[in-house]
Design a protein around this ligand. Structure first.
Ligand code: ZN
Length: 188
């Protein structure tokens, strides 16, 4: 297993709708274990494959360190699809390993059904709510090229501009390995 650099806001792969996994093989298994290791090293609870620069529809989640969720097993989802969402929303503060030191409240469906393939190529469906649904929706968004900052209103976007540009320029001190990108455009 290896800890890989995490891509940051401004890296193009975070804005890409990533490709479906067509075959689950030894490489897929290695990517998944690297993702878990990279996520844990950064104290994250979810990580999408494009956050380590991999163009594949995979994300991993481990919320067992969060109080009240100790019994939730770590899980890897391949080619996930949201098949149902509740109309009821909950507002929860989110952060993102690709956008360090920025936390905002985001409204998202409270409950979802999600289907996916596991590492044994078995198709599964999970009904998730509360924190699990939240992390799954955040990670699912990553695979579509969507970031949680996309949900901010204009005022909040304006207020976070400076910080986001700092991330792009790698002027922020981050205590886990990150990609080094010199190909970015600053927000005007
Ligand atoms: Zn994220």
């Amino acid at each position: 297993m290896s800890i890989l650099p995490i891509t940051l806001f401004g890296d193009k792969i975070l804005r890409k709708k990533v490709a479906k996994v067509t075959e689950i093989n030894g490489n897929t298994v290695k990517i998944i274990s690297d993702m878990f290791e990279t996520m844990r090293n950064a104290n994250g609870i979810g990580l999408a494959a494009n956050q380590i620069g991999v163009n594949k529809q995979i994300f991993v989640i481990d919320i067992s360190a969060v109080e009240g969720y100790e019994s939730y097993k770590p899980i890897a989802l391949i080619n996930p699809k949201i098949t149902a969402k509740s109309d009821e929303k909950s507002i929860i503060e989110e952060g993102c390993l690709s956008i360090p030191e920025l936390r905002f409240e985001v409204a998202r469906p409270k409950m979802i059904n999600i289907s996916f393939f596991d590492a044994n190529m078995k198709e599964q469906t999970i009904e998730a709510d509360e924190l699990l649904a939240r992390v799954m929706l955040h990670e699912y968004d990553h695979l579509q090229g969507v970031l949680f900052t996309d949900y901010l209103d204009e005022e909040m976007k304006k207020r976070s501009k400076k910080h986001l540009n700092k991330i792009k320029k790698r002027k922020l001190e981050i205590d886990y390995p990150v990609s080094d990108n010199t190909d970015y455009m600053l927000i005007k």
